[in-house]
Structure formats: structure tokens, C-alpha cells
Design a protein around this ligand. Sequence first.
Ligand code: ZN
Ligand code: ZN
Length: 345
Amino acid sequence: MLAYTYVEQGQFALLDKPKPVLRDPRDAIVRVTLASICTSDLHIKHGSVPRAVPGVTVGHEMVGVVEQVGEAVHHVKPGDRVTINVETFCGQCFFCQNGYVNNCTDPEGGWALGCRIDGGQAEYVRVPYADQGLNVIPEGVSDRQALFVGDVLATGYWAARISEIRPEDTVLIIGAGPTGICTLLCALLRHPRRVIVCERDPARQRFVQEHYPEVLTVSPAHALEFVRGNSAHGGADVVLEVGGTEASFRLAWECARPNALVTIVALYDRPQVLPLPEMYGKNLTFKTGGVDGCDCSTLLQLIAAGELDTTPLITHIFPLAEIDAAYALFEGKRDNVMKVAITIS
Ligand SMILES: [Zn+2]
Ligand SMILES: [Zn+2]
């Protein structure tokens, strides 16, 4: 089968590899139908994910059809259309039992697919702990509608969930890339009074304006003044920082009103500093982390009910045979790309 593979630092290639087989009774083999490229794939390509080993098949955002299951798998069966979770988790340990699946203590747990073990930019993928990692796609929901459930949409949902958004709140979201848009959609589900998106790229600002006209947009240079002028208490009640730069981190706490909640969704490439003397008396609450991707069935229900639609994020589609070109476009941020879908079978 064809599998897009991390060959060495700076190089991915579409290689012919053996089809994966069940290794554990809790495994499933999934025939991948549609996959996507994530910024984390680029981090692997450039060698900044040391636990990703050369030779591994990349890809951790995909949907498909269950081909085969181990004897201990009970929630899915061959023929089921499924979303695949970016995180592998056991469902049994303290953290899994409390919904903190990102911190699963199982040695196989965490971001494994497309990083430590073969992922899904390939014709088939082996999914460990399939009862936890696979969710059946409801009838009437297409592959395109379900594509982001296991990773970027799960992240947006988790971020909005832990941010305790209330109806009277002004919510500021910093960053309108794919994760920022998913965070925006999930924040909107909670119907806050006002949502402001701060984004430096004019094309991404326009994307927000066109698709979500009820949302206010602003560039970073004007954000502080704008947020103060458009909130009831001198700043945002809730800030979700998805930008991932030093400047966006600073904006996050600057734009927050005293006693606000700031959720850090972004992954930074270096440490960030909080100037505590300057912030003294602001009494902010910070929440930080990596996605607990345990709300996938809820997300699928919301999609089936028409309450959540991430299909506008798919701006480009390529067949697996042309995945090199898809990466070049995504990595070069050409042609106003948001997300690229890869059709596989
Ligand atoms: Zn990802
Ligand atoms: Zn666990």
C-alpha cells in the first residue's frame, strides 16, 4: 500500500509499504478514505518532534472504514465509517477516567499515530485501543464533514469547554488559522454576547468576515484598543490564545479584563514569559495544555444536527498520489490555503 513517510529531516516521500496487521486484540485496521495535513506534520518534517522516528508513516487527521478488528474491540465493527482520534488512550487509568485523556499514563498513550507509530496519510492504518480511538460517523454525515473531528476540531471543542464561556461574555480568540476557526465555532456554540477574532493575515480576517458575519475581527496592532472598546469591563472576559507567537501570548493577557480566564491553546516553539510585576492585581486565571480529545462523539452529533460545520476549512483537495504538491501548497501557505484534504480511496 502507499504510505506518506518521514524519510529523514526535511524529507517525506510516498512509499510502498506492507499493509498493517492487527498486533493486539484491542487494535483495529482502518481503510483510510480521507486524510488531512496538520501543522504538526510539518513539525515532524523539520525534525522538531524528536519522538517521531524516520520511517514512520505520517498523518493523524483522517476518517475511514473499519476493515478488521481485534477480538477485544466492541464499539466498532468491520464496515463502520469512523473518525480516528489523534490521541491514543487506554480509557482505564486515572487520567482517562477523569477526561484528561491527553495525560493517559499507558505507555502507548498520547500522540502516537503518525508520530511514534504509523499514521494515516496512507491507504490503511492500525489504530491501537480502537474502542477509545474510533468513533462511528452518523448516517448522513460525509467524510468531509467528519474529517477534523479527531484533531483540530477536538482541540477547538476542548478549548471552548475549559474556558467556561458564559452568555454575558466578550470572548477574544487570537489566531484565525484552522485551529482558531475550530475554536471560534465551538465558542459560538456557547452563545457568548460578543466574539472578537484577532488575526494579522487579511485573507484569514476576510474568511471570518465572510463565513461568520456576527463575529468582529481586528488586526493585532489595533487589538488592545478594539477589545477594550467592545467589551463591558475594560477587556475580554475570556481569551483563547491560538496564535502561538510571543506577540500573541502578550496580547492574550493584555486584552483580558481583570479576573478573566485566559486559555492557551497554542503550541509555542520557545518558553513564554509572564511579566508578573506588570500584571500584578490583574488576577488572571490561565489554563494551558494539549487537547483532551474525548468529545468526538459529541462533535459528531453536533455535526449531524447541523450545528457545527467545518467544511469551509477545506480549501483544497488532492489525491494521495499528489500529496507532495499538497504539502508544498500547505507549507508555503499559498493560495489562501486553510486545510488540504487528501482523498485516498
Ligand atoms: Zn494535528
Ligand atoms: Zn489512560
